[in-house]
Design a protein around this ligand. Structure first.
Ligand SMILES: [Zn+2]
Length: 133
């Protein structure tokens, strides 16, 4: 089987499609399942990872991502990228109480990203913003 990775634009399209019809998807795995199901209608060789789907959703202004953690954790504070030494940006989402939760870091200079998931399991929910209106 030839694996095929969907383009970023393609993935955004599908995530948009899935979330605008479901309005809320309450886990990363579920979102991935729904997204790959749609992708495979077009090409059965399409593969995506839950992390890639989540990152795509995080980058979309139409989507609100909420994270639920069992307890608050303190991340080791880093201010520069360990790869290219550029400035590091915190990746934050709102939790179910509407407070900002740090879920990792991303670099402004390269593709480096550090996920808190490396340290602890998180539960995500993906909401289509227009559903609130
Ligand atoms: Zn970097």
């Amino acid at each position: 089987m030839d694996k095929k990775f969907p383009s970023k634009a393609k993935l955004r399209d599908v995530v948009k499609n899935v979330l605008s019809s479901h309005l809320k998807v309450s886990s990363q795995e579920e979102l991935m399942r729904l997204v790959s199901k749609r992708l495979r209608v077009e090409n059965k060789n399409f593969v995506v990872s839950p992390t890639r789907v989540k990152r795509t959703a995080l980058e979309m202004p139409e989507v609100e991502v909420k994270a639920k953690t069992k307890k608050a954790v303190k991340l080791q504070k880093i201010s520069n990228c360990p790869v290219c030494h550029s400035k590091i940006q915190p990746l934050e989402v709102k939790n179910l109480l509407d407070r900002n939760v740090l879920i990792g870091y991303s670099c402004t200079g390269c593709k480096y990203q550090s996920d808190l998931e490396a340290f602890m399991p998180m539960k995500y929910a993906f909401l289509w913003k227009e559903a609130k209106v």
